[in-house]
Ligand binder design. Structure first.
Ligand code: GLY
Length: 399
């Protein structure tokens, strides 16, 4: 039975008044959260069953109407195991734990990856959530080794971690790289080795200085001269143009600085997150349902494909920002995220059970310019959607 709290009574009075005034009833947010998490659970279990006997495979997207999978070295490999951990936390069902363990284990070799920066995404979402929920010492060992591998990509002359080893850039650092820093701040706390924390905070300060334009939108790629340590090129790889605002890049920036504000307490990171949030929330080309087009500057708006993954990352970040920011903006961040989650939990984005090759969300865009994963489901859209709902549920249940 629902608890008799002031909040519940107010919600009930609002509903009664709204229906008396002939307005359509607004579904209470707690129900939206439960509906979204229940739907994600049903789809994730079907996905886990479908790939259970395909050794080493992890869900990626849909290609030519079929489920597309990857091995553990694709940058997205950790999202499905991470989603399963969140859904185990939500349901408490042993079946979810069994699958979370099975799919996490498929990433075991990622701890030794040193040829790209995505180790943080891959391990912290999978093993990180596993450790948080089980305190399994083996998970801790894998994470510490992963942090060591990631740290090998740091260059003290540039004061940043190198993102990629391909392309003709001298030293490419992409805004997405902010997301990999949480593995390092965690490792610093856990091992007491301050080098991990130093690398993470220095990378974040370098990115803050060089990646942002005066309006707080972000370049995708900044390449550095390895001798001078200064930027040599500011470009895009996945966005519409070098000076455009690629939607997911902006969402990574918002999430990255919010997370680093939480991890370090550094006011500069919190302020940066506030500015990025303002850029996104006030953007004239943000659609009414608050699910961004894949790039804010693509000329085919309003016909351009959306990116539900950007909305999910943004919602999760805004919910965290609403808890860190003690100004009167806090409630606006939460309200905006709630609008995004209502949109994502509507039939326009949330797939019906058994459809969408068992992904929860439809309509994300991976790499538009390469013609890859356009208007498609993506494992990270589902991961950050579930994370956002879990974060919001915690806020509601603590009231
Ligand atoms: N980190 C790659 C992407 O966001 O597509």
């Amino acid at each position: 039975m629902r608890k008799l709290t002031i909040r519940n009574v107010c919600a009930w009075v609002t509903l009664v008044l709204a229906s008396c005034a002939g307005q359509p009833e607004v579904e209470p947010m707690e129900k939206v959260i439960a509906r979204g998490l229940d739907a994600a659970t049903e789809q994730a279990v079907l996905m886990a069953e479908a790939l259970e006997n395909q050794e080493g495979r992890l869900p990626k997207s849909i290609k030519d109407g079929q489920l597309e999978t990857s091995d553990c070295y694709w940058w997205c490999s950790g999202f499905f195991p991470g989603e399963l951990w969140y859904l185990y936390e939500y349901t408490g069902r042993p079946e979810l734990k069994k699958y979370a363990e099975l799919y996490t284990q498929r990433l075991e070799n990622v701890q030794y990856v040193t040829n790209n920066h995505d180790v943080g995404f891959m391990l912290y979402c999978s093993y990180g959530n596993g450790l948080r929920l089980t305190a399994d010492e083996h998970y801790q060992k894998v994470l510490v080794q992963g942090a060591r591998s990631l740290s090998t990509r740091y260059n003290p002359a540039v004061k940043a971690i190198r993102s990629w080893d391909f392309g003709d850039w001298q030293y490419p650092v992409i805004i997405d790289n902010m997301m990999n820093l949480e593995l390092l701040t965690w490792a610093g706390r856990t091992t007491g080795d301050t080098l991990f924390t130093h690398i993470a905070t220095t990378h974040a300060h370098t990115t803050l200085k060089n990646h942002f334009r005066p309006d707080y939108s972000s370049y995708h790629v900044v390449s550095y001269d390895t001798l001078s340590g200064q930027p040599e090129k500011k470009q895009t790889h996945q966005g519409y143009a070098d000076d455009s605002a690629w939607a997911r890049g902006q969402a990574w920036a918002l999430y990255g600085y919010t997370m680093m504000a939480r991890e370090t307490g550094d006011e500069a990171f919190l302020n940066q997150a506030r500015h990025i949030a303002a850029f996104l929330m006030n953007h004239p080309r943000m659609p009414e349902d608050k699910v961004p087009y894949w790039d804010f500057d693509t000329p085919d708006i309003p016909d351009a494909p959306r990116d539900a993954s950007a909305a999910a990352v943004m919602a999760s970040a805004l919910i965290e920002l609403s808890q860190l920011d003690k100004s009167d903006q806090a409630s606006a961040y939460q309200a905006y995220a709630e609008d995004q989650l209502r949109s994502l939990t509507s039939p326009a984005y949330l797939a019906a059970k058994g459809t969408n090759c068992h992904f929860a969300l439809m309509h994300s865009t991976g790499h538009f310019r390469a013609g890859s994963e356009v208007d498609a489901p993506l494992s990270y859209a589902d991961y950050y959607y579930v994370e956002a709902l879990m974060r919001l549920q915690k806020i509601y249940s603590s009231k």
